[in-house]
Design a binder for this molecule. Sequence first.
Ligand SMILES: Nc1ncnc2c1ncn2[C@@H]1O[C@H](COP(=O)(O)OP(=O)(O)OP(=O)(O)O)[C@@H](O)[C@H]1O
Ligand SMILES: [Mg+2]
Length: 274
Amino acid sequence: MISIRNVSFSYTGGEPPVWALRDVSLELEPGEFVAFLGPNGSGKSSLTRLLNGIELPTEGSILVEGDDTADPLAVPSIRRRVQIVFQNPENQQVGLTVGEDIAFGLSNIGWPQEDMQRRIRWALNAVRLDADEDRLVTQLSGGEKQKLALASVLALAPRCLILDEATSMLDPVSRKQFVETLHEVRREHPFTLIYITHHLEEVFEADRWVLFRQGGVQAVGKPAELWTQEELLSGCGLELPYPRRLALAVRKLGVPVSDSPGPEEWRKLLCASS
Ligand SMILES: Nc1ncnc2c1ncn2[C@@H]1O[C@H](COP(=O)(O)OP(=O)(O)OP(=O)(O)O)[C@@H](O)[C@H]1O
Ligand SMILES: [Mg+2]
């Protein structure tokens, strides 16, 4: 469980401070899949940096499984438990080869040397990265690099994984594959997932959405409760995928239609109305 208690955060301090986050409170349950959504500059990435102790709250506190991120003795363990994958995989790759890249994090946390090879293979299999351990990282495609970044953090068995727009460099097919792989791994090895994206279609399966606006939390709820609130979403800079937008528009005309109709449903509706 992660408790975010009345957290405000300013990068610069100063008087008056410029707030990147303002009085945010939130509880994240173990194993929960939560989407952080909102426009550019609304505070999503800032909050993730606070969650693993890269930055400290200016006001309020953050507890990770009871440990305060402001406690210097707890921070190494918090950083191990809360892992982040950022947008650009190249910023996170430290090894020359695929194997070295995964081994680096494992060595840092003192993973037993004799189990290293097995763990590296496990991580590569988990993310379906079909690459030899000796393959040079520079030879991987963008999608493969992103899978490697995911493999490197999954190898560390995080309790909470934050993906901060980790799919934004991928084409739609690779993005879909990446998200599917992620959920497959979660089914077998559950962890709390915080997923930051500007693509709502990736997060309809989430347990909860947290909508950010101007450094504050504007709304928290199940996707089914929030996605139909068009004004709330547009106020947070969010746009529904086209099938959902069309479904809402058609419902307003009194036509019963499912949440995200496919071509067959539209065909039936059109035939019935003609
Ligand atoms: N390193 C930094 N130094 C100073 N201010 C920063 C820094 N990083 C972010 N900010 C400011 O903090 C506020 C919140 O930014 P943040 O990056 O958390 O937003 P975000 O919701 O992640 O946006 P995006 O969708 O563009 O990634 C913004 O006003 C931003 O300008
Ligand atoms: Mg961000």
